[in-house]
Design a protein around this ligand. Structure first.
Ligand code: FAD
Ligand code: SF4
Length: 471
């Protein structure tokens, strides 16, 4: 480590360490992880680029304010366990966040080195230490306090809350509708971006801490809030996500082989439809696939279609590439894998072929007009500019709504007019003082780190409320 008068001197000349990716043509044929992560040598070189700023803007950019320069300093000292302990003070899931957080809009977007060049690869460094959990200190567990908490949903918000509460001495049971834990991390985000084993490792860790998981348990169906309280639970945290697909509301949307992205991804990610008939769930392996949307979900769907054998895979988006909300890395990877981006189009109608399944989609060409409420320029139809794109699979990835089961969970929770749970921003407490809520079911579809942050805040509030401990 270069030093002058005992002080670390950053390496200002080195370019950002390039990602360690599988070659695009090879990886697009199977579900292997696209990014292999930094080697130790790469991590040490990248850590030397951090300037250890007096005012680290990167920390302000991180939604949970991880002490980034401090953990990078520990990497430079080769104390990887120490680096992980620092991250874990704020984030329970570094191996996951290092892989999927939109760092370019968060920590790396604020990194001072990014002003005149490339920011420090903070996400890759987080992942590097997150992938060595065996080096971290054992979690400090408080003695059991005799209180029981039920968590509804095992996505990032639910499992973060569960982990925090287990550490604080609570008996925690997580009720999950699916047969396995992780929420979108397992059913939505594909293996090539976030291996299932990484998520399982986190769930296993929680089980080792004493968290109990009840799978195939839909709260609002097999049981509800009042029954859980009668069974002896002292509080409930609801983290059911926002997985209800939004309709395109165009003719032909119900045709065979027109999918919602979440359904398509769940079939492949969770039900292993790519291995049909070895596994029971089939899906259509399209040759010409069109995906509508411009976010991470659309990217995951189109890259999955490519891996299922699509020769022509298109992302059709009503604005331009610049306005796409997807992580830049995903767009870059998709294009490298041969995905075509078709900007400024909006679907008008899905057309059926002779066999009754979708054979084309008619689209309206758009142009950008004045900015809308989101600050992005509004797409406006160009009169008479209509095209037909041939396809044998079409996928809609234009967003999701609140999970409707939230309304059936019961208690005195208030929902807003869109079906999201009303909860205090700081504590997560709902209008029913026995119930807390957080993650996508409160904010609408957002990010993993925000869902985790909500779980952590709620755990602190539940702890304070049930034990009187200071938050
Ligand atoms: P979820 O992850 O949705 O988990 C909710 C869980 O609750 C699910 O397991 C569900 O089965 C369960 N559940 C629902 N109702 C009940 C019930 N009544 N009883 C019991 N269990 C129930 N974010 C990023 O930061 N980076 C990305 O790259 C990224 N990519 C994404 C890709 C896809 C395909 C999708 C769909 C989302 C992506 N996101 C990404 C968004 C991110 O995954 C979500 O914001 C986050 O998972 C929300 O977490 P959550 O815990 O609130 O809900
Ligand atoms: Fe290091 Fe960038 Fe953070 Fe400064 S802003 S401490 S250079 S990561």
């Amino acid at each position: 480590m270069p030093q002058v008068n005992g002080r670390f001197v950053p390496d200002m000349k080195s370019p950002r360490t390039a990602d360690n990716e599988e070659p695009a043509a090879e990886r697009a044929c199977d579900f292997r992880p696209v990014d292999k992560g930094f080697t130790e040598e790469m991590a040490l070189a990248e850590a030397e680029r951090c300037m250890d700023c007096k005012r680290p803007f990167c920390v302000e950019g991180c939604p949970v304010n991880i002490n980034i320069p401090k953990f990078i300093e520990q990497i430079r000292a080769k104390n990887y366990g120490g680096a992980l302990d620092i991250i874990r003070e704020e984030s329970m899931l570094p191996a996951i966040c290092g892989r999927v957080c939109p760092q370019e809009n968060q920590c790396e977007g604020k990194c001072v080195r990014g002003k005149k060049g490339e920011p420090v690869a903070i996400g890759q460094l987080e992942r590097f230490v997150g992938d060595q959990p065996e080096l971290a200190s054992a979690p400090k567990m408080l003695p059991k306090n005799g209180k029981k908490v039920a968590i509804v949903g095992s996505g990032p918000s639910g499992i973060t809350c569960a982990g925090e509460l287990a550490r604080n001495g609570f008996d925690v049971t997580v009720f999950e509708a699916f047969f396995t834990g992780g929420g979108v991390l397992v059913y939505g985000i594909p293996e090539f971006r976030l291996p299932k084993a990484v998520v399982k490792r986190e769930i296993d860790g929680l089980e080792e801490m004493g968290v109990h998981f009840e799978y195939n348990s839909v709260v609002g169906n097999i049981t509800n809030a009042e029954e859980l309280f009668e069974e002896g639970f002292d509080a409930i945290y609801v983290a059911t996500g926002a997985g209800l697909p939004k309709f395109l509301n165009v003719p032909g949307e119900n045709l065979p082989n027109v999918f919602f992205a979440n359904e398509y991804l769940t079939r492949v990610n969770l039900m292993k439809a790519n291995n049909f008939p070895e596994y029971d769930t089939p899906t259509k392996h399209g040759k010409n696939v069109v995906v509508f949307g411009g976010g991470n979900v659309a990217m995951d769907a189109v890259r999955t279609a490519k891996r299922l054998g699509a020769e022509h895979a298109i992302i059709a988006y009503r604005r331009t590439e610049e306005e796409m909300p997807a992580r830049r890395a995903e767009l870059h990877h998709a294009k490298a894998e041969g995905v075509e981006v078709m900007p400024l189009v909006s679907p008008l109608e899905f057309v059926a072929g002779e066999d009754g399944t979708v054979c084309a989609v008619r689209v309206q060409k758009m142009e950008l007009g004045e900015p809308d409420d989101s600050g992005r320029r509004r797409p406006v139809p160009i009169e008479g500019a209509i095209e037909e794109i041939p396809c044998d699979v079409a996928i809609s990835a234009i967003g999701t709504n609140a999970n409707p089961f939230a309304a059936k969970i019961g208690g005195q929770m208030e929902l807003n007019k869109w079906g999201y749970i009303v909860a205090d921003e700081e504590t997560g407490q709902t209008t029913d003082p026995r119930i807390w809520a957080g993650g996508d079911i409160v904010t609408g579809a957002a990010t993993v780190i925000l869902a985790m942050g909500a779980g952590k805040k709620a755990a602190a509030s539940i702890t304070a409320s049930l034990t009187g401990a200071a938050e």
